[in-house]
Write a protein of this length. Structure first.
Lengths: 117, 115
């Protein structure tokens, strides 16, 4: 079974609207972390936001927020007020196990987001 | 502060040739990683080094070797390149934050084509 599932190969949104990118995960470890990365057409990987399994509140970073539903094993990324520069591939990733000084990540296959004027 | 650097940016190899991808970070991070990215597959971990002097296999290690030369540098070697190794290779590094986040910082990638 896939550990990270991103069911939306592509999403379209109009500028200034909000969009939700879906991510579900599969782990039996009680300690884990969830990451979202952005990959624009230039190819670099840009860290956006992190949620730990024991964090009480949903993570937020500027226009990005993570809708973390532990019982459903979902960690959806919400982008508010979309901008043209948000057009990119978005990857959800998971770290499993206790914090041990490093983190190996398992990535989903990504969602391509296109923002139109 | 350059972050994570990778050389070369592009490379074309013939089947059976060998090469080493270089990676260096200037953030004094303990942990470093090599991933490959294939179309429609996301990123997959090849090898990682939790700290200087240690290396471990990831999800797809076959056909690759690594060397953690020092704390800054982590190289990936293809001994006998195969067309299946055509991919974009990313190096990353990480360090624990007080918050417990282990954000990985990525290099710009190396696009490798094996013909």
């Amino acid at each position: 079974a896939q550990k990270i599932t991103q069911t939306q190969p592509g999403m379209f949104v109009q500028e200034k609207e909000a969009v939700t990118l879906d991510c579900t995960y599969d782990t039996s470890d009680p300690s884990y972390g969830l990451f979202w990365y952005k990959q624009p057409s230039s190819g670099e990987m840009i860290f956006l936001i992190y949620q730990g399994s024991y964090d009480q509140q949903n993570a937020t970073e500027g226009r990005y927020s993570l809708n973390f539903q532990k019982a459903r094993k979902s960690a959806n990324l919400v982008i508010s007020a979309s901008q043209l520069g948000d057009s990119a591939m978005y990857f959800c990733a998971m770290r499993e196990g206790r914090d041990s000084g490093y983190s190996t990540l398992t990535f989903g296959k990504g969602t391509m987001l296109l923002v139109s004027p | 502060n350059a972050g994570v650097t990778q050389t070369p940016k592009f490379q074309v190899l013939k089947t059976g040739q060998s090469m080493t991808l270089q990676c260096a970070q200037d953030m004094n991070h303990n942990s470093m990683y090599w991933y490959r990215q294939d179309p429609g597959m996301g990123l997959r971990l090849i090898y990682y080094s939790a700290s200087e002097g240690t290396t471990d296999k990831g999800e797809v290690p076959n056909g690759y070797n690594v060397s953690r030369l020092n704390k800054r540098e982590f190289s990936l070697r293809l001994e006998s390149a195969a067309p299946s190794q055509t991919s974009v290779y990313f190096c990353a590094s990480s360090e624990a934050r007080a918050s417990g986040t282990y954000e990985q910082y990525f290099g710009p990638g190396t696009r490798l084509t094996v013909t």
